[in-house]
Design a binder for this molecule. Sequence first.
Ligand SMILES: Cc1cc2nc3c(=O)[nH]c(=O)nc-3n(C[C@H](O)[C@H](O)[C@H](O)COP(=O)(O)O)c2cc1C
Length: 223
Amino acid sequence: MVEIPRVSVSGLRISYDLGVLTHDMLAQNPFEQFGVWFDQAVDSQILEANAMVVATVGLDSEGNPRPASRTVLLKDFSESGFSFYTNLESAKSLDIAANPNVTLLFPWYELHRQVIISGRAQLVPRNLVEEYFHSRPRQSQLGAWASRQSAPLENREVLDAQHAECELRFAGLEVIPVPEFWGGWQVVPDRIEFWQGRESRLHDRFVYELHNDSIWYPTRLSP
Ligand SMILES: Cc1cc2nc3c(=O)[nH]c(=O)nc-3n(C[C@H](O)[C@H](O)[C@H](O)COP(=O)(O)O)c2cc1C
């Protein structure tokens, strides 16, 4: 039997009134603008300000394009791109290897803000992967070894056994090697949109796009 919700879903709404975004307020380029908003998101102490939804395009069983999305953590950003780390044999990595076009979405609901970054993903150079992997807690390093991310698992015990096996395997080693199947993707953007919620659903939206491969130019979009 379907349970009747106790709250009216259609009635859930808040008004967006925390700020405005005008052309004058925008930074010269979207990386600076992202930096300003990212710092504000971290300072506001919202949960996991660096969490972002990565959308990829894969193929369904009939070979038609099919989007998929999931949350990952942003680990670095600069004018070169936005990076995250993951299993290179995971569903998302297989999607990206076949089609590098992705979007990254930061849902900063508490700030009535959203940032959407579109671009092409490329592998993070191996020396940076090594550096980041070894900065992680030992247990996370073992976790990377223990999980064949996205593959079916018989039950929880199998995963725990794989983890125990990795603990034994690397027990005497101070430095755990980086699994070949683990790495990072750096998204090189060509479009970055900043959304600030406003009253009456008349939000402020600006999209920076790259012109002539060199100049970023912001355009206001209808909400
Ligand atoms: C808050 C949060 C942060 C996450 N961070 C990562 C991450 O940095 N890297 C990663 O591979 N998976 C991360 N995950 C798990 C992914 O959402 C996803 O389940 C996993 O990567 C497998 O995705 P795929 O099968 O589509 O490849 C995170 C999940 C959440 C909810």
